[in-house]
Design a binder for this molecule. Structure first.
Ligand SMILES: [Zn+2]
Length: 302
């Protein structure tokens, strides 16, 4: 899946099939935020747009508008290694490492799942790898008993790695809310759980918050046709709110459909402040503190 080319001496992974259509330029820089935040889920390595931005272009744009750090998220062994390596040499980056739920069936069928999980466990021991993810369940793209069983096994193994190494767990949940909940309750959730790109309703938000989990809101919360996400945001305790891009996917309004990047977080935070009827600067301070509570501090080298 990752057709690696090279940019600035590090692997630059091409976007997944279909992500690069013609006529898609990166949006302009938004007005800077009054206080800094982090993007807690981004893929700096997945190229998108007519003229893809390198990871350092993305980070310097982000910094310029008050997004002072990111969690770079791996989706397979190669991208997880890449993120861990980048986090080791750029203070604005922490890494999350995992095998994506949609890749587990193929890895299992090829007899490679255990070997790749061992690779993820090895990376989990690195100090600037602060999360295991994205892992979870995806019932939108995966079907068939064997494939779903492989995905569930991979999820359980990732939960175990997060617990063993004391790292946060970043959950990918697509059309699988009930089973994600059931699986984490059954296996035992790690201390810090993040529902990345939160996609549930207010009821699911409450169930997650009751368990002390964090809800990471993406550009989807700005979409006109997603009032249920704004409802979910309203019932989430302020102490459990995070913000992310999932870039290069899911650019926030008014740039839906364009390539996304960490520097576009301000659009999402501004809408969140409106929904919560809270002061923007206050919200930024709260969300940044929540993010550090989950992942630790960015400037800490260890
Ligand atoms: Zn992602």
């Amino acid at each position: 899946m990752s057709d690696a080319a090279s940019t600035d001496g590090v692997a630059f992974v091409r976007a997944r099939e279909g992500a690069r259509e013609k006529g898609r330029a990166f949006p302009p820089l938004p007005e800077p935020l009054p206080a800094p935040v982090y993007d807690d889920h981004t893929h700096l390595d997945i190229a998108d747009g007519d003229e893809p931005l390198t990871w350092h272009e993305q980070l310097s744009r982000a910094e310029a508008v008050g997004v002072k750090g990111v969690v770079q998220v791996g989706i397979d062994l190669a991208t997880s290694r890449w993120g861990a390596e980048l986090a080791g040499r750029d203070a604005r980056v922490l890494a999350a490492v995992a095998l994506h739920p949609n890749d587990a069936p193929e890895l299992a069928a090829a007899g490679l799942l255990d070997e790749h999980l061992a690779g993820i466990a090895w990376l989990a021991g690195q100090p600037r790898v602060r999360a295991i993810g994205e892992t979870g369940l995806d019932y939108f793209r995966t079907e068939g008993d064997a494939a779903l069983a492989a995905q569930a096994r991979s999820f359980e193994a990732h939960i175990a790695i997060a617990r063993e190494f004391g790292k946060a767990l970043q959950i990918h949940d697509r059309d699988a809310h009930a089973d994600v909940l059931r699986e984490l309750d059954r296996v035992g959730a790690p201390d810090r759980v993040v529902l990345h790109c939160f996609s549930g309703d207010a009821e699911f938000a409450q169930l997650a918050a009751e368990r002390g989990w964090y809800l990471s809101f993406a550009g989807t919360v700005t979409f006109k046709n997603a009032p249920q996400l704004r409802e979910a945001l309203r019932v989430t305790p302020l102490s459990r709110i995070l913000v992310e891009t999932d870039a290069p996917f899911l650019a926030p309004a008014p740039y839906r459909g364009r390539p996304n990047s960490a520097y576009l977080v301000p659009h999402t935070v501004r809408i969140m402040a409106e929904v919560l009827e809270t002061d923007l600067a206050e919200l930024c301070v709260r969300v940044a503190a929540n993010t550090e509570a989950v992942y630790g501090t960015w400037d800490d080298p260890s």
